[in-house]
Write a protein that binds this ligand. Structure first.
Ligand code: AMP
Length: 148
């Protein structure tokens, strides 16, 4: 019996993203599991200018989300998996990743150990947050300084 039925892989479009997606793909093929790729556009409202929070720019968020959909599509075509499910959400990455795992009934989340935020940390902030919040298994693929 396969260990996993549906795998959610978190893509931040950093240079290590392909390593993370390839690992998820390898596990999905071995388990004959479904695969969903997710990218989360971080709220522009979460960016601060000094102490003054900028107003949320919904139009910009939407434009970034549309752009990300195109990037995900190009990535899956390049990897030869154009039929893999792809979702782009707007929000806080760790929360949206965990929420989508529940929505898609994923039993494994594959994430990079490090991405844009966490190179100097033992574990990137998103990977760390997902590990704490997730109810399913989480695989942190070692990337960055000591990895790929
Ligand atoms: P970081 O927290 O930036 O070190 O990122 C660690 C890992 O979290 C990355 O390799 C991705 O797998 C995932 N990740 C980070 N930010 C995002 C995002 N905006 N959307 C989807 N996945 C993300």
């Amino acid at each position: 019996m396969a260990d996993y039925k549906h795998i959610l892989v978190a893509v931040d479009f950093s240079s290590e993203s392909r390593v993370v997606v390839n690992k998820a793909l390898e596990i999905a093929r071995r388990n004959k599991a479904g695969l969903t790729l997710i990218h989360v556009v971080e709220y522009t409202g979460a960016v601060y200018a000094g102490d003054i929070p900028l107003p949320e720019d919904l139009e910009l968020d939407q434009r970034l989300a549309d752009q990300a959909k195109g990037q995900l599509k190009a990535m899956t075509e390049e990897l030869g998996i154009p039929d893999a499910a792809q979702v782009v959400e707007i929000g806080v990455p760790k929360r949206e990743i965990v929420r989508m795992a529940v929505e898609r009934k994923a039993d494994l989340i594959v994430i990079g150990s490090h991405g844009r935020h966490g190179l100097q940390l033992l574990l990137g902030s998103t990977a760390n947050g997902v590990l704490h919040l997730s109810e399913c298994d989480v695989l942190a693929v070692r990337v960055g300084k000591n990895g790929a």
